[in-house]
Write a protein that binds this ligand. Structure first.
Ligand SMILES: [Zn+2]
Length: 126
């Protein structure tokens, strides 16, 4: 009886090992973490550069990348740039806090596009 039990245990171990192997393959097929990492890299490098045209190119690249892999750009990065002309906001830009609706109104220096940022959403992600 003891031998029988041992053999059953061995079989179960084999099955679990196979399942683990399959799981590893699934992780490779779904590269959401990798996509997020590369988005981090793209936005961080865009923030360091002063050249506006290069910034635009990097942002468009990041948007296309996220569309291709069906992964949304994190809200903290989406807030950083103008949706209309793809330029990163400067710190000196006009920002108006609306405490009633808990939003931040930002107007773009380049094209005058007005944008509302949800402050609660930003806090949740941090
Ligand atoms: Zn703009």
């Amino acid at each position: 009886m003891v031998k029988m039990k041992e053999s059953i245990k061995k079989r179960k171990e084999k099955k679990t090992k196979e399942r683990r192997k399959n799981k590893k393959i699934k992780v490779k097929k779904n590269p959401k973490i990798l996509v997020l990492k590369s988005l981090d890299y793209l936005f961080n490098s865009a923030l360091k550069i002063d050249d506006k045209d290069l910034q635009k190119e990097l942002i468009i690249q990041a948007e296309n990348y996220s569309k291709k892999h069906k992964v949304r750009i994190p809200y903290k990065y989406r807030v950083l740039y103008c949706k209309n002309c793809k330029t990163i906001y400067k710190e000196s830009i006009r920002r108006i806090k609306n405490l009633k609706y808990k939003t931040l109104n930002i107007t773009c220096e380049n094209c005058g596009f007005l944008r509302r940022v949800n402050l609660e959403k930003l806090r949740e992600e941090e």
